[in-house]
Design a protein around this ligand. Structure first.
Ligand code: CDP
Ligand code: MG
Length: 787
């Protein structure tokens, strides 16, 4: 009772009838599936299941309680699925909102070079548009003259490209990777002869432009989900402005949620908008009366209120709940708290609790898609992943914390911070809409209506180009000979400090010369589809001095996947102690190498049996999917190495690998200022780039060697601000190496001079020599800034 009181006072139950969402939902044309037939069948199944113990049970000759129950349940589920299964895949296509407007849509696209297509999630933009164009003869496979015209459809996310290509190949009744295929980084599932519809990530299209600036193989390009405004979306949009002038016959279709659509129209000189009428149900929006103190607690209370108020013993589950949380930790706490509170209740109605976030192992992720059980309610506690990229059917209630964990790059500190920030109004609408996919729903927002109307929430999300490290994209644009970045047509230009920082970073690592032009190292680097430091690392490892490309390829592959270590909260200690087994004390990079090599050994031992490997991974708290992917990435990198005739050689010692890491990462350097003498405080480092920032080894780092001395100098892969400034993926280096490989960098920045004095005090550098270099480098620095 107390629980309920607390909840009802914090939520003001007023649907907001004038909200845009409610209005657009009312205006949408609804197609309500024939639920009657479905219900009837379910009822029959239920009736039958009560007979199971007798007639059917006897016929089947089943004895024993459990089996008797297993059989009817299966039947029950099959019947529930039946109405959907009997719809042929073609019938399903015809029911999509896009199908109803197909003719007009094709006409709009035929008559214009650029068309902006707007439509609700699920209207068929991603799966149907490309097929329509293909069916209308916009594409042809490779002909005798070596010409082809294919339809490309870009996706912001890898997973989407893969799953959509699979779905479309099924709809077209062909084998995936033949007529329909996909390309994501390190994986090409297309056929050069046959493929006519190609799903690809935006990053891949950018790389294709690098190889063929006119994209001659394409007749149409669909930029899907452009409203997400990823860094690559924005760069592609800018490139298309010129490309479309060179290729008058190329069609560009930009699909977008309502948000951002007008910006795209203006950007392409008044390109027409085509709106696919939606199929959504109205969603009532409830705001909190006061802003909540603890969003985890409020969300838990809200979920329980929904669950208890809408359940009774006799009633079926009336709909599932989707909670938007910020990240893994919050999700785990929410799930635990929910379980706890439920246990405190006397015989509560059944509630299944599922967490979902991107680093959750795939088999656990799949669980949320398990078949609907009419008697049990499901609550899915998710990150932003459930906002657009993942759809759980049967959601009727949405609980929205209104928060999102966002990576923001700080160019002054050269550091990414992971911050919990309010979502934009547009995101909030999208989240609420998830409750209205299969029937009318309710969205409970754990923030006030006021918050959406004053400055607390942006109207639109901040595009990635304004909050991320741009080095990678700058290198790409430089390779595309876009010399004057000031004149590049950005939809929203990146802030100046972000731009200069990225150029400066590229200069520091030697990819740009003093005039801002690509150096030969820079152009070699652009052959690798990865961030500049990693490409440089690979190129350096081929030099005879380091001679360790065999190892570096593995390290780079392991850095290109999400963490291989699985650390569920309730078994964190166990996971940590197992991880110890793999630790190489002076380097996280070498630790990753070690994990990979042991996995390789298992691969041989187990004769590549997925089952055996999966058992081994579970036992060792390693993520099998990540390891498989690391292996695929490595194989792809080997192909690139061969293409450019780069040697793959085994190192002579671990030190050589660390030297190579030092040479590639010298600009990301820290020096120990306070050791963890007692063993219970954390060692403190100072950033040698800006001299002032205190940083710590990430708690999971191999270098947290208990009572051992923390190393004096370390290079790091990334800086991340969470609760503290953490260096992630760290390797101890010898200061002598730093002077050898990074001297000029530490002569450039005046702030770091004082730190260099330490090195001079170590007598590791000749003072006069250093000052001469410093003057020279200052000159270089000025050159770069001015050009
Ligand atoms: O792009 P948009 O959100 O407009 O819709 P879509 O992705 O083309 O999806 C249209 C329909 O295709 C969905 O409602 C799903 O029923 C189905 N679909 C699917 O079954 N499997 C996929 N991987 C993608 C879509
Ligand atoms: Mg889509």
């Amino acid at each position: 009772d107390q629980l309920m009181k607390g909840i009802s006072s914090s939520i003001k139950v007023i649907p907001d009838p004038e909200s845009e969402l409610a209005i657009s939902a009312r205006q949408g044309s609804f197609v309500v599936k024939d639920n009657k037939a479905k219900k009837e069948k379910a009822k029959q199944a239920k009736d039958r299941s009560s007979l199971q113990g007798t007639a059917l049970g006897n016929v089947l000759g089943i004895e024993g309680k459990t089996e008797k129950f297993e059989e009817p349940n299966k039947e029950d589920e099959d019947l529930r699925e039946a109405p959907i299964d009997t719809l042929s895949i073609q019938q399903q296509r015809r029911q999509l909102p896009a199908f109803a407007v197909r003719k007009d849509l094709i006409r709009a696209i035929s008559e214009n070079q650029v068309t902006i297509v707007i439509g609700e999630t699920g209207s068929g933009k991603t799966t149907q548009l490309a097929q329509f164009l293909y069916e209308e003869g916009f594409a042809s496979s490779l002909d005798k003259n070596g010409q082809k015209k294919i339809i490309g459809c870009t996706q912001p996310r890898r997973v989407a490209a893969m799953s959509v290509a699979k779905r479309v190949s099924e709809e077209m009744n062909c084998k995936l990777s033949e007529e329909v295929g996909y390309v994501i980084r390190f994986e090409d599932r297309t056929s050069p002869q046959k493929t006519v519809i190609k799903y690809l990530t935006e990053g891949i299209l950018l790389r294709e432009i690098l190889i063929d600036p006119n994209l001659e193989d394409y007749s149409c390009i669909i930029m899907d989900e452009a409203h997400e405004r990823t860094l690559s979306t924005d760069v592609l949009l800018g490139l298309f402005r010129k490309l479309l002038m060179r290729r008058k016959d190329l069609k560009l279709i930009v699909t977008s949620a309502t948000m951002n659509a007008d910006r795209f129209t203006r950007f392409f000189g008044d390109a027409p908008q085509f709106t696919i009428p939606g199929r959504t149900f109205p969603v009532d929006i409830m705001f909190s009366k006061t802003s909540c103190q603890d969003y985890v607690e409020s969300a838990v209370k809200q979920v329980l209120t929904i669950h208890l108020q809408n359940s009774s013993k006799s009633k079926l589950n009336d709909g599932d709940i989707l909670v938007f949380m910020t990240g893994q930790e919050d999700i785990e706490v929410t799930c635990e708290l929910l379980k706890e509170k439920l246990e405190m209740l006397d015989d509560p109605p059944p509630l299944d609790i599922y967490p979902i976030y991107s680093t959750l192992p795939a088999d656990l992720q799949k669980k949320i898609f398990s078949k609907k059980n009419e008697f049990r309610r499901k609550v899915v506690v998710a990150t932003n992943i459930a906002e657009t990229s993942l759809t759980v059917d049967g959601i009727k209630y949405v609980v929205d914390t209104g928060l999102i964990k966002m990576k923001v790059y700080n160019p002054k500190l050269g550091m990414e911070t992971l911050q919990v920030v309010p979502v934009s109004v547009a995101n909030a609408q999208q989240r609420s809409g998830r409750a209205g996919r299969t029937g009318p729903g309710v969205a409970y927002r754990l923030y006030t209506e006021r918050a959406t109307k004053n400055d607390q929430m942006h109207l639109q999300p901040i595009p990635e180009i304004q909050r991320t490290n741009l080095s990678n994209v700058m290198l790409l644009l430089k390779s595309l000979k876009v010399d004057n970045l000031q004149r590049f047509p950005f939809l929203d230009p990146p802030p100046q400090d972000l731009l200069s920082r990225s150029l400066y970073d590229l200069w520091v690592i030697g990819a740009l010369d003093n005039f801002g032009n690509l150096t030969s190292l820079g152009s070699d680097m652009s052959n690798f589809p990865m961030e500049p430091t990693l490409s440089k690392l690979i190129i350096l490892s081929c030099k005879n001095e380091f001679h360790c490309s065999e190892e570096i390829l593995t390290v780079v592959s392991m850095l290109s996947i999400p963490s291989v270590f699985f650390r569920p909260k309730e078994r964190a200690q166990e996971a940590d102690s197992i991880r110890e087994k793999y630790v190489i004390a002076e380097s996280d990079h070498l630790t990753l190498l070690n994990v990979y090599n042991q996995w390789q050994q298992q691969l041989v031992k187990s004769n590549s049996s997925y089952k055996k490997l999966s058992i081994w991974c579970d036992k060792n708290f390693l993520q099998i999917k990540s390891l498989i992917r690391a292996r695929e990435i490595r194989n792809q990198l080997v192909l690139i190495m061969k293409k450019y005739k780069l040697p793959i050689s085994k190192s002579r010692s671990d030190d050589d690998v660390r030297k190579c890491l030092c040479a590639a990462y010298f600009q990301q350097l820290a020096r120990l200022i306070k050791n963890n003498i007692s063993g219970n405080s954390q060692a403190e480092y100072v950033n040698l780039r800006n001299k002032v920032m205190t940083m710590y080894l990430h708690p999971t780092s191999a270098l947290n060697g208990g009572t051992d001395m923390a190393p004096n100098f370390v290079v790091y892969h990334e800086l991340l601000l969470t609760t503290k400034e953490y260096m992630s993926c760290v390797t101890a280096v010898d200061p002598l190496w730093l002077l050898q490989y990074g001297y000029y960098f530490y002569g450039v920045d005046e702030k770091t001079q004082a730190n260099l004095k330490n090195l001079i005090d170590f007598e590791l550098i000749d003072k006069k020599d250093f000052e001469e270099r410093l003057n020279f480098d200052k000159l270089r620095y000025q050159d770069v800034i001015s050009s």
